[in-house]
Design a protein around this ligand. Sequence first.
Ligand SMILES: [Zn+2]
Length: 101
Amino acid sequence: MASNFNNRFKSKEGKRAFMNAAYAPTELEYTQYMLALERSAVFVVEEVVPIMGSFQAVYRVRLRQRLCDCGRFQQLHRPCRHVIAACAAIGVEWAPYCDPV
Ligand SMILES: [Zn+2]
């Protein structure tokens, strides 16, 4: 569990925000810490089964900067599967990461 936690939340700010959210006494504080986590964290998403055309198994996702190692998030201006996995990990919606058409 500890190594999984360290792998998932690489940045110190992300780890701090996650722990603060876990112990937040109010829903408002929880929401604020989760937003801080979303802004600061680098998520590491590992594909368990390689998908056709994919040669990489581990991808770093930065939600705030709208970056993913696969490049689809930047190119298509909508969440790739790694972004959706990162959003699911912290319980936020992925739809706000879709640019308006
Ligand atoms: Zn991706």
